[in-house]
Design a protein around this ligand. Structure first.
Ligand SMILES: Nc1ncnc2c1ncn2[C@@H]1O[C@H](COP(=O)(O)OP(=O)(O)O)[C@@H](O)[C@H]1O
Ligand SMILES: O=P(O)(O)OC[C@H](O)CO
Length: 497
């Protein structure tokens, strides 16, 4: 009998399912986009029921494509867009409102007032997070305060809060299990990353009744079994991690100091810091990477809000390119950026600036600027933002990073990868399997049910596809950095305030 692991990779713009075999090879992939709702400027919502139905559809499709029997699936691993907040009725299973997505800025003013009140330091010490609308706590508070009747229902114990992992487990187990894992919990701003428990002082601060919270579990254990979905036989659900932590695991960054950067809609760089949380001195986040058995690993994280999304903007907003892949050829039409720099602060700037009011700018325009220069500046902006995060990370670690492992949709772009290596003067390594998020969740699930013995076994599977080594002269590199810093200063000055 073969033993497969089915990964649910529930992302910001699409639900994906990937089936892995015992060697960690991909057997099949299915993907479905779902609706993005923008009810007001800066607001982003998802329909949690659509997330569930698309996820279930792609899971079924992946199994059918591979032509395997459902009883040969040893377990399901879940990885998900993090922070996105769902509130549902525990009796009917109906969401009370659209999910509020991690990108949503509706609680930005409230976060500013929290910072002014002096709460930010306490929040950072306990949660490792910067006080920002990005995280779940203020989104949940908004739902409880604005959905008619929600707070009263919550106080009566009738509601469940969850990030997308909790929601999917709830649906898969037909409402039997209300759980999350430590990595997702650490993104809520309600979770104490030192005690690994929900924090009463934070619950009081955000006025959240404890009864809405899921039980916090490790990242690799049997949380429950499927009920009346996918197969007649119950399949164990046995791995959960937030997508960026799952990618760190899938990239086999198991030793302190190892770094991965994912180039998706946003860019998320994580450094494994071992069994102790390291509080950043340079505006990075401290987060739980995963918990396996009794062992907890932590990470430093730098989140860039607009990464590959700047390429989507060239495609859908400016109509400069017919598809994302075309950005590379267009950008190569220009020999260099001709002094054009783009700061895509469309939703403010994330790490290490954390400025919610900053907005995007393009500087250095002349009569000679072409679409190719804009494409180049857009691609380069992804690398510049990553450079800023890496600089902060190296300063926190007190040593240079030896190599950066990369994954995500934009890593197919060879120009971007080479420019990245040049800018950070560090080797950039792309693995053979770039579906590291789904792979990480599969590994966590497979470890729980004995498909794989231990992490050492898994580390042997990691294989390099390509390595990009720096070739740009240092003087050119320094000049780029200097110009970029000036551009960032201009974006910070051009705020919505
Ligand atoms: N050739 C390319 N060059 C640059 N960016 C690309 C390219 N192909 C895809 N992308 C970008 O990669 C992102 C999709 O990557 P993916 O890892 O699937 O993201 P997510 O998981 O956030 O949905 C999109 O923002 C897209 O614009
Ligand atoms: O869905 P992605 O891949 O853009 O990831 C979103 C992150 O988890 C947000 O923190």
């Amino acid at each position: 009998m073969s033993r497969y692991i089915l990964s649910f990779d529930q992302g910001t713009t699409s639900s994906r399912a990937i089936l892995f075999n015992e060697q960690g090879h991909i057997m099949s992939v299915a993907q479905k986009e779902f609706t993005q709702y923008f009810p007001q400027p800066g607001w982003v919502e998802h329909d949690a029921l659509e997330i569930w139905t698309t996820q279930l559809t792609v899971a079924t499709e992946a199994v059918l494509k591979a032509g395997i029997n459902l009883q040969d699936i040893a377990g399901i691993g879940i990885t998900n867009q993090r922070e996105t907040t769902v509130l549902w009725d525990r009796h009917t299973g109906q969401p009370l409102h659209h999910a509020i997505v991690w990108q949503d800025r509706r609680t930005a003013d409230y976060c500013d007032s929290l910072r002014q009140s002096g709460a930010a330091e306490m929040i950072r010490e306990k949660t490792g997070l910067v006080t920002d609308a990005y995280f779940s706590a203020t989104k949940l508070k908004w739902l409880l305060d604005h959905v008619p009747g929600a707070r009263a229902k919550a106080q009566q114990g009738d509601l469940c809060f969850g990030t997308i992992d909790s929601w999917l487990v709830w649906k898969l187990t037909n409402g039997q299990r209300h759980v999350t894992d430590v990595s997702n919990a650490s993104r809520t701003m309600l979770f104490n990353i030192h005690t690994l428990q929900w924090d009463e002082e934070l619950l009081r601060l955000f006025d959240i009744p404890a009864s809405v919270l899921p039980e916090v579990c490790s990242s690799s254990e049997i949380y429950g079994h499927t009920q009346q979905v996918l197969a007649a036989a119950a399949i164990p659900i046995c791995g959960i991690a937030g997508d960026q932590q799952a990618a760190l695991f899938g990239q086999m960054c198991l030793q302190p100091g190892m770094v991965k950067n994912t180039y998706g809609t946003g860019c998320f760089m994580l450094m494994n810091t071992g069994s102790q949380p390291v509080l950043s001195q340079h505006n990075l986040l401290t987060t739980v990477a995963w918990k396996i058995g009794d062992e907890v690993q932590y990470a430093l994280e730098g989140s860039v809000f607009i990464g590959g999304a700047v390429v989507q903007w060239l495609r859908d907003g400016l109509h400069l390119i017919p598809n994302s892949a075309a950005v590379e050829a267009l950008s190569r039409q220009a020999a260099d950026n001709a002094g054009v720099y783009m700061v895509p602060a469309f939703t403010g700037l994330g790490a290490p600036y954390w400025n919610q009011q900053a907005r995007g700018i393009i500087v250095g325009l002349t009569r000679g600027t072409t679409d190719a220069h804009l494409a180049k500046a857009a691609l380069e902006s992804i690398a510049f933002q990553t450079m800023d995060v890496l600089t902060a990370m190296e300063a926190d670690a007190g040593m240079p990073v030896q190599e950066m492992r990369v994954d995500g949709g934009a890593t197919v772009n060879e120009y971007l990868m080479q420019f990245q290596a040049d800018l950070i003067q560090t080797r950039v390594v792309r693995p053979a399997i770039t579906e590291t998020t789904a792979l990480g969740a599969a590994y966590l699930a497979g470890l729980a049910v004995g498909v794989w013995k231990d992490t050492q076994t898994l580390a042997q599977y990691w294989q390099q596809d390509a390595a990009f080594t720096p070739t740009m002269p240092l003087a050119t590199c320094n000049e780029h950095r200097r110009q970029w810093q000036k551009a960032v200063m201009a974006a910070l000055a051009w705020t919505t305030a």
